[in-house]
Design a protein around this ligand. Structure first.
Ligand code: PRX
Length: 648
């Protein structure tokens, strides 16, 4: 067992290092006296009005409320920019590494960032965007993505970032649901040398029903390609910002005013607009970023996520900039021009903290050690992982090959809904174990519930719940508060249900085992089975569809769909390709099914419910584990599916 425990490296110490005793004492205080603990934690921010009310929360679904720092007033952009100007004005805030290594990288100082953010904030105000208005952001991984978020925050507009890989339909769904007034996009994005037609996607999205709320499309010139232009609606970002002053009065925001909406998949229906507010979110994003990455003033910090996901929000933009750090934004992909790009970028910019996803680690592991070893990586101090459980084999490769057995790995478990890290090792305090996210962050109280609905004591396994509120937790589902309560607080009344399963070992370490609901985690991205199914049945030839996840060597989970055609339609290879393309078109390439099996019928209970458990076992090629099929309306359906299972 001992070789599976990786101690805190000897001599590990910096100005923000938290050691084991400090962790124990602070954790105890955070749960015993949350008011005192978080009042102190809030002092890391600059407030227009300091909060005196700290925690005011109730998880009882009948009388649910979550208010943190409720009488405090602040502005996120002031915290991420203005307050650093006196001491860090010339420090690099954002380092940009473009898609191609041949394109020059850029360094943007805090002072330059301030200018760009203020100009855009003024331009948004000139266009009529006011506090509380929604702004959709659909941009590539360029510094302007951070500028756009901060400009919204400066004037109190609620941003909604849509991942650049999403389809026009996904953009339209999010515009409709949030009734956004403005979209900020670019002519095109670039990924691995290929162009992504962002503006054309926006044009297509805005032709769809229910998107009339959009008054202006702000377009950033990135690749310079020709694009279609709608006079009166479309404006160039460089035109509208050119004559705006470089100072913009920040909006005084209440701590509980919304900061952003981010859509994420759940087990039912369309993606939900998870809403985060201002004060609690920023306190925890900044605090966790400092503590878990053991932040030091001269760090070059690089998180490889996309700003379209929560990781990009909290740990590319808000956490690092609130801490006055240098954050690297990378436009490209790990495999372009070749699979040593990550390590080349680390060496080029002397990155000290590197934070990525297990799916990337597994893909690079497959390419062999040579591509890593030909680079130096001497600048690195800390490695991080996020998005899905990291298998011990990938963890060890990350540790031994990338980190040369000298760097702590912080495996960070959290979610769009949690806003910030929840379970993750503080590197100066907590020895790590490959595959475990280890121990909870301050104020986070995890618990496991077994199949009987009882709390698991000591070592054991169950569904992961959080028993009390934490500052960065989502406050609601935009426009549907009941759905928020039903989704997260009703399965186990009084507790937040994460949707994940977990194991706790004899040392109190948590091991996340993955989703226990109908969410498939593909390469760290959440895709709802309901979304896949509704995309498929939109096709005129599809009568019914069911989607399940299966274990996938690289992606963690892959997508396996079963399709029943309408009477009279015949399965064919062409139709199979057409349906896969259809799903990509409706949702986006990240939702591409790996396998599609024709199903003459789907296994259903007598009340008509699809038995996904059985479909999962068939997809996993485990027909001996189907369990009880006697409750099915027609058990023979299963035999056919097993016989015709897609051969992998
Ligand atoms: O299943 C867990 C998995 O990702 C889910 C959250 O996805 P999302 O909201 O898109 O946020 C991803 C980035 C925080 C969780 O319910 N997950 C995330 N991080 C980990 C993880 N599973 C295991 N270990 C992790 N470190």
């Amino acid at each position: 067992m001992s070789q599976n425990i990786y101690p805190v490296p000897e001599g590990f110490a910096g100005p923000n290092t938290i050691n084991a005793e400090q962790y124990a004492a602070l954790y105890a205080e955070s749960v015993d006296s949350p008011e005192t603990f978080w009042a102190k934690a809030a002092e890391r921010l600059e407030w227009f009005k300091k909060p005196t009310q700290i925690k005011d929360t109730n998880f009882d679904p009948k009388n649910f409320y979550t208010r943190w720092f409720a009488d405090g007033e602040l502005n996120v952009s002031v915290n991420c920019i203005d307050r650093h100007l006196a001491t860090r004005g010339d420090k690099t805030a954002i380092l940009w590494e473009p898609d191609s290594p041949d394109t020059p990288s850029q360094a943007i100082t805090y002072r330059q960032l301030s200018e760009r953010v203020n100009k855009l904030a003024n331009a948004l105000r000139t266009l009529g965007v006011q506090k509380g208005d929604r702004v959709t952001v659909y941009l590539p991984m360029i510094p302007d993505a951070a500028v756009a978020l901060l400009a919204c925050a400066r004037i109190g507009a609620i941003h909604n970032v849509v991942f650049g890989g999403f389809s026009p339909t996904s953009v339209a769904d999010r515009v409709r649901d949030s009734a956004a007034k403005v979209i900020i996009t670019a002519d095109e994005g670039l990924r691995a040398g290929r162009k992504v037609p962002l503006k054309a996607n926006v044009d297509a999205a805005l032709q769809q029903e229910g998107t009339q709320s959009i008054e202006k499309v702000i377009v950033l010139q990135h690749t310079g390609s020709d694009i279609a232009w709608q006079e009166g609606r479309d404006v160039w970002l460089h035109d509208i910002t050119a004559s705006e002053p470089a100072e913009c009065e920040p909006e005084r925001m209440n701590a509980e005013d919304p900061l952003f909406i981010l859509y994420t998949s759940g087990s039912t229906g369309k993606p939900k607009g998870v809403l985060h507010t201002t004060g609690g979110y920023l306190v925890q994003a900044a605090y966790t970023h400092e503590a878990i990455f053991d932040l030091r003033e001269d760090d070059i910090y690089w998180c490889t996520a996309d700003v379209g996901w929560v990781t990009g929000h909290s740990y590319i933009v808000y956490g690092p900039l609130a801490n006055g750090a240098t954050t690297l934004i990378f436009e490209g992909v790990p495999s372009y021009p070749d699979a040593s790009r990550f390590w080349q970028v680390v060496d080029k910019h002397l990155v000290t903290i590197f934070y990525t996803a297990p799916t990337a680690i597994r893909a690079l592991m497959r390419e062999g050690e040579e591509l890593v070893k030909k680079t130096s990586r001497k600048s690195l101090r800390i490695l991080g992982s996020v998005g899905e459980p990291i298998n011990p084999e990938a963890w060890r490769w990350y540790y031994d090959v990338v980190g040369e057995s000298r760097l702590p790995i912080v495996d960070t478990w959290w979610q769009t809904e949690t806003g910030a890290f929840m379970i993750a090792p503080i590197p100066g305090a907590i020895p790590t174990k490959p595959g475990s996210a280890t121990k909870p962050f301050f104020g986070v109280q995890p618990a496991l519930v077994n199949a009987e609905g009882e709390f698991v004591q000591g070592a054991g396994e169950g569904n992961l719940v959080i028993t009390d509120s934490w500052p960065a937790q989502a406050r609601t589902v935009y426009g549907d508060h009941q759905r928020f309560i039903d989704t997260y607080f009703s399965a186990y009344p009084g507790y937040y249900f994460t949707g994940d399963g977990a194991r706790r070992d004899e040392d109190g370490y948590y091991w996340i085992t993955g989703r226990v609901d109908d969410v498939i985690n593909v390469s760290g991205h959440r895709i709802g089975t309901a979304e896949l199914e509704s995309a498929l049945v939109q096709h005129p030839k599809v009568a019914e569809a069911a989607a399940v996840g299966f274990n996938h060597d690289l992606k963690g989970q892959g997508i396996y769909v079963y399709v029943t055609l309408v009477a009279g339609e015949e399965p064919s290879n062409e139709l199979q390709k057409e349906l896969v393309a259809h799903v990509r078109k409706v949702i986006g390439p990240i939702a591409t099914p790996d396998f599609l099996q024709w199903a003459p019928a789907l296994p259903k209970t007598r009340s008509g419910k699809i038995m996904r458990r059985i479909l999962r076992k068939i997809a996993e090629n485990a027909p001996d584990q189907l369990g009880d099929t006697s409750t099915l309306a027609d058990p023979s359906v299963v035999d056919t599916l097993v016989k015709e299972r897609h051969l992998t």
